[in-house]
Design a protein around this ligand. Sequence first.
Ligand code: ADP
Ligand code: MG
Length: 260
Amino acid sequence: MACAIALNDLTVAYQGHPAVHHVSGGFTPGSLTAIVGPNGAGKSTLLAAIAGLRAPTSGQVVFGPDYVAPGAVALLAQLSSMNPDFPLRVLEVVAMGAWVRVGAFGALGATERSAISHALHQVGLEGFEDRLVDELSVGQLQRVLFARLIVQNAPIILLDEPFSALDAATTRDLLSVIKDWQRAGRTVVAVLHNFDMVRAHFPQTLLMARELVAWGPTEQALSTENLEQAQQRSLAWQDSASWCAAPGSRERHIHEHKGH
Ligand code: ADP
Ligand code: MG
């Protein structure tokens, strides 16, 4: 089967320093993959390269034939925030998801309006259409951004730390949106820190520390040996690198090993 996304010896460097180094492998169509690695491991850079926002220094990102149309890749960036000097309403932000289809100044037809209503319903924000986004809580804002992704309707969805700083209820609701995407055959890739969540909900894991450490079924990829290897590699480039595993999880000994 052709990959949805193939990485061919991909290297992405900043001023000569590789953040993603000789990474090869593929995301199969319809796969749900967690990207895991220490701080500074190149996870965000990898997503930016897949989204076309960063050019490879060498190697390539190659999309399967069903994934080359404009708007085929949707990215939710890390630490999303809205510019408070430019007040937007929830409806306007969610409607941005339809830009690829209607253009920035195109009128929204009945189909698009109904897609927006459905998306707001799916993220639990019915009735929020006219609220200003800078008046929303962090969790509500992330719900809005997920609604925008739903409207965008892209076959490949990239999420960079989508649950950082979110409360349990929002995390649960947005995880269920991800599961719906998986059931609908979307190819979903999410940078995550919570190993318990990755093990429970993400069948595939890509573990990286600038170089690839492991990529495959989650339980194998997140073996103790692989996690220690990733940690060891990270020591070479960042003294303070640490895993953000939930307290009490199996990875805690890696913190303790480092004296955290
Ligand atoms: P992660 O998301 O895994 O924490 P990043 O991809 O954000 O890692 O960063 C990987 C490395 O690249 C880090 O050392 C980071 O400092 C560096 N880096 C990231 N973005 C830039 C940039 N715009 N300019 C220079 N260096 C960067
Ligand atoms: Mg990052």
